[in-house]
Design a protein around this ligand. Structure first.
Ligand code: SF4
Ligand code: SF4
Length: 257
């Protein structure tokens, strides 16, 4: 089985209070989401994922640090980022701006973002403490209504263990309805521990054949199905679990699957 590094995405500040010095990497926050659970919600997209789906719709969430995103629509091909990049990662070839992603995805300096005056290069991902996210939730709370709350998505929302577990507890203590959109590909003990603080679970089943699942996502589906089974059998847990199948034409939409 693939080993897990549950802490590789978690940052540290210089503060000494334990929950204040742990930071989580978030690549998007959407207020007033109506597609990520019941009611109106604040959706928080956490970085990091144990899967690598070939159809991934949020590839910017796979990284363990903020990364640069380039928009060819906004780019005017001025070349300022070519001059600014100290790593030689950008070039203009036949009118096409090309980035060497093997360099950019590891880049800790991101000079190309500051150099761009047209928002052609922007940063995806920011570090938050628990208190900072709780302030976002308190800001949005009045818009949730009686059914809404917070949805943690990703990436895999439970990947950053030492950040997300205290945050889930804090939400529970604050009477915030919590939904997660999870791969369920996590160590069983940790998964079930985290679930105690969650009210609603969306979990993907991407393919029923273990080997085909591995080809498409990098891992087989045995742990995922076992964790969903654990959820279904956990009579101490009062939450709702909703299995979802992302239907990818030609990939997993056969009658047999
Ligand atoms: S992300 Fe880093 S390596 Fe890539 S173009 Fe920008 S400065 Fe250069
Ligand atoms: S600096 Fe911005 S606008 Fe200019 S080439 Fe780079 S991405 Fe495009």
């Amino acid at each position: 089985m693939k080993s897990f590094n549950m802490e590789s995405h978690v940052g540290r500040t210089g503060q000494t209070d334990s929950h204040k010095k742990v930071r989580g990497l978030v690549f998007s926050i959407q207020a007033h989401s109506v597609h990520d659970g019941p009611g109106a919600r604040t959706a928080v997209f956490m970085s990091g994922c144990p899967l690598k789906c070939v159809w991934c719709c949020n590839p910017e969430g796979l990284f363990n640090q903020p990364v640069m995103l380039h928009s060819d629509v906004k780019c005017v091909k001025c070349g300022a980022c070519i001059a600014a990049c100290p790593h030689g990662a950008v070039s203009l070839q036949d009118g096409v701006l090309t980035f060497d992603r093997s360099l950019c995805n590891q880049c800790g300096t991101l000079e190309c973002v500051e150099a761009c005056l047209h928002e052609g290069n922007v940063i995806s991902g920011a570090w938050y403490t628990m208190d900072e996210l709780m302030r976002v939730f308190e800001r949005d709370r009045m818009f949730w209504g009686s059914k809404g709350g917070v949805t943690f998505s990703g990436g895999e929302p439970l990947m950053q263990k030492s950040f997300i577990l205290p945050l889930l507890k804090k939400c529970k203590e604050s009477y915030i309805h919590v939904t997660i959109e999870t791969t369920s590909h996590l160590p069983a003990d940790y998964f079930m521990d985290a679930i105690r603080y969650v009210d609603w679970v969306f979990t993907d089943i991407k393919h029923m054949d273990p080997e085909r699942h591995r080809e498409l996502t990098g891992v087989d589906n045995r742990l995922i199905l076992a964790n969903i089974q654990r959820l279904a059998e956990a009579d101490w847990w009062q939450g709702i679990v909703v299995p979802r199948i992302p239907v990818i034409p030609g990939i997993n939409d056969s009658d047999e699957n």
